[in-house]
Design a protein around this ligand. Structure first.
Ligand code: BES
Ligand code: MN
Ligand code: MN
Length: 465
């Protein structure tokens, strides 16, 4: 029996215990954006430290001004200085579970359920994003260590606790720990497969920058009869401003917005065409049928290679039961911009603010509050030997060619690994489009978890040689 098949065997036999360990993590509500869960974030980090220590890693919890990081190192036995050194990244923090009443089972009480389609799914906040995913490489390493006493590579693990809230402590942390964290390359497990049968490596991520605006008009809420007409209404000003963000072709109108956005090369477009993606099916799955967005651009291009301006939340005035005839004193909105190519977060933020200010009449005010500084997009060369070896290992597990794909989401650290540590990343993940990330009833398929663990067993072997 080869090492790999022995390790795969151990991974298969230990699956139930792997699941127990994942569920223990999911039970802790590590919501990084809400200060009420600070202690839970810390508890999650401590649990991972304990788990990795038991595995033979030298693991530690590292305090930051925000939530702690977990850093762990494994020195393989009989290393002749020849084995490569890789970093493995995941995040233990999760998104808030709201709206709670939409969950079938409580978000932090993980449950394994078999659907009518016979598919076994693991439900709970963080099962897919990212606790289930990070546990795929942890459990693969456990299997290697149990089966052979060591790993075929030298490994450093970095588990972050602020990914879902913009990673404010990340760059200073990378800079302070540069020597300790710089490896030959990083493996990031926070992305999806192409579909349940087809593995994928993600080579493009969009960047992101966010803002929050408050428009203030009258000093106090006013009677909408007594003042309606002469009094400026902040909600009307806000909605007019927001409606001007896009033109009739779906293009963002902020001056300078598309600076640094390149066209997708022909070869890449052809590669994407081969994936046989159905725009209609994609929309149908979420209850839509009419493509929005930039006219003349397909869904894949829009998601993987075009920037956006989105309104994530809007509030103000009276929204309770019945009516209240009021002109509110203030109106608010939260926005995010997804970035591609060479778009610079700071520049986009500045351009948006100038655009917004110009829409506000003289006797009203606009204030801006953003959290974190945003992060630029990442593009990873598809030709590296590491990507080739990883793609082959995934193919061995799934029996299907690995798709090289983009992702519309953002994982800020990928860009910082490159810019701060000079380190390339390989993005391998086992999520699916219908995992309901950031949504009620988030789930991870049992097969994602199981095949994910098995895939990492093979990847570690492939890149260690
Ligand atoms: N895992 C996601 C990114 C992702 C989403 C990858 C979908 C592949 C498919 C990640 O945890 C995430 O949600 N990132 C945030 C960024 C952040 C700065 C809040 C995002 O994309 O909104
Ligand atoms: Mn994630
Ligand atoms: Mn997320």
């Amino acid at each position: 029996m080869t090492d790999v098949s022995r390790v795969l065997d151990v991974a298969d036999k230990g699956l139930e215990q792997s699941l127990d360990r994942l569920f223990d993590l999911v039970r802790i509500p590590s919501i990084s954006t809400d200060p009420a869960y600070k202690a839970d974030c810390r508890r999650t980090a401590e649990r991972i430290v304990a788990d990795l220590t038991r595995l033979g890693f030298s693991a530690s919890l590292r305090d930051t001004p925000g939530h702690p990081m977990v850093v762990a190192h494994f020195e393989p036995k009989a290393a002749q200085g020849k084995v490569p050194h890789f970093l493995f990244y995941g995040h233990y923090d999760v998104q808030p579970p709201d709206p709670l009443d939409k969950w079938t089972t409580p978000p932090f009480e993980p449950e394994k359920r078999t659907g009518k389609d016979g598919v076994v799914r693991l439900y709970g906040r963080g099962t897919a994003d990212d606790k289930g995913q990070l546990m795929t490489f942890v459990e693969a390493m456990r299997a290697w260590i149990e089966a052979t006493g060591t790993l075929p590579i030298k490994a450093t693990i970095l588990i972050e606790g602020e990914e879902e809230s913009g990673s404010p402590s990340l760059v200073p942390f990378l800079k302070e720990n540069k020597a300790e964290l710089t490896c030959d390359a990083a493996f990031v497990c926070d992305t999806s497969m192409w579909d349940a049968k087809t593995p994928a490596i993600t080579t493009r991520l969009r960047g992101m920058v966010k803002d929050e605006i408050t428009i203030s008009g009258p000093r106090i809420d006013l009677h909408s009869g007594a003042y309606g007409g002469p009094a400026a209404n902040p909600i009307r000003i806000l909605s007019k401003l927001l409606s001007k963000l896009h033109d009739k072709n779906g293009k963002v109108t902020i001056p300078g917005f598309y600076e640094g956005v390149g066209e997708v090369p022909k070869e890449i477009k052809q590669q994407w065409q081969k994936l046989k993606f159905s725009d209609r099916k994609f929309l149908k799955e979420v209850g839509l049928s009419v493509p929005a967005g930039e006219k003349g651009k397909g869904v894949l291009e829009q998601i993987w290679a075009r920037p956006t301006a989105e309104v994530n939340g809007i509030w103000g005035g009276y929204t309770g039961a019945g009516t209240k005839t009021v002109i509110p004193s203030q109106a608010h909105a939260k926005l995010t911009f997804r970035l591609v190519g060479k778009q610079k977060p700071e520049k986009i933020l500045k351009a948006f603010r100038a655009f917004a200010k110009a829409e506000v009449p003289k006797d009203c005010r606009i204030e801006f509050a953003s959290y974190g500084s945003g992060s630029p997009a990442s593009e990873i060369a598809e030709t590296s030997p590491l990507i080739r070896k990883s793609a082959k290992a995934l193919k061995d597990e799934f029996g299907r060619e690995t798709a090289l794909v983009g992702s519309g989401g953002s994982i800020p650290i990928v860009r910082y690994f490159k810019d701060v540590l000079g380190m390339d990343s390989v993005l391998i993940g086992f999520g699916l489009n219908d995992d309901a990330l950031h949504s009620p009833n988030e789930k991870y398929n049992l097969s994602s978890f199981h095949k994910g663990i098995r895939s990492w067993v093979r990847v570690l072997d492939a890149v260690g040689r």
